[in-house]
Design a protein around this ligand. Structure first.
Ligand SMILES: Cc1cc2nc3c(=O)[nH]c(=O)nc-3n(C[C@H](O)[C@H](O)[C@H](O)COP(=O)(O)OP(=O)(O)OC[C@H]3O[C@@H](n4cnc5c(N)ncnc54)[C@H](O)[C@@H]3O)c2cc1C
Length: 450
């Protein structure tokens, strides 16, 4: 079967230039997330030319976005300039542009700000987007936690609210400092736990005149328990760790509508809160819906064992945009950074094999365990054979795994310094809100010319 795949991809062995000279096969990678970066890195020594296009000029480390939003890490520890990652890769060209459409038959991709690009091989690693499931007011008023801009916006919003409440204590009564977090999965639990620590320690010290008892953080989960993907002992641990951090956990409840200062639950209860963090759902990037292939749950693109799209052996879909089934366990793999990185590397390796005239190989995920943090010294891990771990040991293991996922040694060092400092001092360096609309006053001419 894999031999047949190679035969069908034969047209993608490189095309001829204007003078009839053989051009190297062109690999077009859409998205510089874990998946796209993994694929490009793997092709470093392959006989191909690579163009990597991302709508941002940086790679985002999503697992640590909540730490940026809660002032534990700075922007440059959570994002890295994509061009910087490929200085040593002579076969990689990077562009910043958003892909707008893909023509699978013509093998051509159009963009918002650069000319269309043809490809011999296409790697689709454009990730996912937030899904509000049609919740009224969510698109206008919720704070999602998916991009760097989301995290910076939330961080600034929280700091602005606390400063405003300091000037006008009546705002506290109106719920200005209250936060509702939607979703009892890792994104919601990690965000709620980190906020609890920020509120009950650093902000409590920064704003001694604001009574902490008047400020509520509420985590709302529609299912009967938090952390549905984990074993019962880990769920109980997470609930307890959140409660210790001052988070009210509400399960079996759904958010019905969101207004700027109020959150309405399906039971009819209204929570006064000026901030709602959405960590409840994702669906694949809209480009997936434009391909004309039959999609799986969450609009994810189903791929074969070698990560190629059915009927298009020259197109590989990887990471959050893809519905990947592990070749060994036959399990559909979750949307995780480690899955995206490994699948990216594997897709890169398969393209290199095809270019060299070899067969592709099936993708097998090396599972180091599913893990999440609830706060400083509190984490849960479930290993794939069922063993579980909680507390400080799990927190250290979580840190080690996530440091390994960061894209460069420099990023790892920055995160280590910040985490170590926060661990010893219980301080968060990032409690600075910059108003980017502010302009310096024009200086008088004689001062400028002096
Ligand atoms: C808050 C949060 C916490 C998480 N925690 C963990 C965790 O603890 N452990 C873990 O393993 N995973 C975690 N994940 C999941 C993990 O981050 C994702 O699975 C992973 O980022 C997916 O990688 P990707 O490359 O498929 O997509 P992404 O990382 O989303 O990258 C997609 C890239 O495509 C670019 N792009 C988008 N649209 C276009 C376009 N039209 N044209 C060009 N480029 C485009 C984007 O700018 C982006 O750079 C977390 C995710 C979130 C949101």
């Amino acid at each position: 079967m894999r031999e047949a795949v190679r035969d069908r991809a034969e047209g993608a062995q490189g095309t001829r230039g204007p003078a009839g000279d053989r051009r190297r096969p062109h690999v077009l990678i859409l998205g510089g997330g874990f998946a796209g970066i993994g694929a490009a890195r793997k092709l470093k020594d392959a006989d191909v030319d690579i163009t990597l296009v991302d709508k941002h000029n940086y790679h985002t480390f999503q697992p640590l976005l909540y730490q940026l939003a809660t002032d534990l890490l700075e922007v440059d520890a959570v994002a890295h300039a994509i061009r910087d990652l490929f200085h040593e890769h002579e076969n990689v060209t990077v562009h910043q542009a958003a892909a707008t459409s893909i023509d699978l038959d013509q093998r051509k991709v159009s963009f918002d700000s650069i000319a269309p690009l043809d490809y011999d091989y296409l790697v689709l690693g454009v990730g996912a987007e937030v899904n509000y499931f049609g919740t009224e007011g969510a698109a206008e008023h919720a704070f999602p936690m998916y991009t760097l801009a989301d995290a910076v916006r939330l961080k600034d919003h929280i700091l602005v609210k606390w400063e405003a409440a300091d000037r006008d204590p009546q705002l506290v009564e109106d719920g200005a400092l209250n936060v509702v977090v939607v979703g009892g999965g890792p994104t919601g639990v990690e965000s709620a736990g980190a906020l609890g620590e920020l509120y009950r320690s650093e902000l409590a010290k920064d704003f001694p005149n604001i009574a902490q008892d008047d400020v509520r953080i509420t985590l709302v989960e529609a299912g009967p328990e938090l952390f549905a993907m984990f074993k019962p002992n880990l769920r109980a641990y997470a609930q307890d760790a959140l409660t210790k951090r001052g988070v009210d956990v509400v399960v079996g409840e759904t958010v019905e509508s969101i207004a700027p200062t109020r959150v309405q639950l399906k039971s009819g209860k209204v929570l006064p809160a000026h901030t709602l963090i959405w960590g409840a759902g994702l669906r694949a990037h809209p480009l997936a819906r434009s391909l004309g292939v039959e999609l799986q749950r969450g609009d994810r693109i189903p791929v074969g064992p070698d990560l190629s799209v059915d009927g298009h052996p020259e197109v590989f879909a990887i990471g959050d945009v893809a519905w990947i089934t592990d070749a060994k366990t036959k399990r559909v793999l979750p949307q995780l950074g480690s899955v995206a990185l490994q699948a990216g590397e594997d897709a890169g390796a398969n393209i290199a094999r095809l270019v060299a005239g070899k067969d592709t190989e099936p993708f097998e995920y090396h599972d180091k365990g599913t893990m999440a943090t609830i706060g400083r010294g509190a984490a849960v891990i479930q290993f794939h054979r069922g063993r579980t771990m909680t507390g400080k040991a799990a927190f250290l293991a979580w840190g080690a795994v996530h440091l390994a996922l960061l894209s460069t040694g420099e990023d790892r060092a920055k995160a280590m310094v910040n985490w170590t400092w926060a661990g010893f001092s219980h301080e968060r360096p990032g409690r600075i809100s910059v108003n980017v609309d502010e302009r310096s006053a024009a200086r008088p001419m004689e001062e400028v010319t002096r």
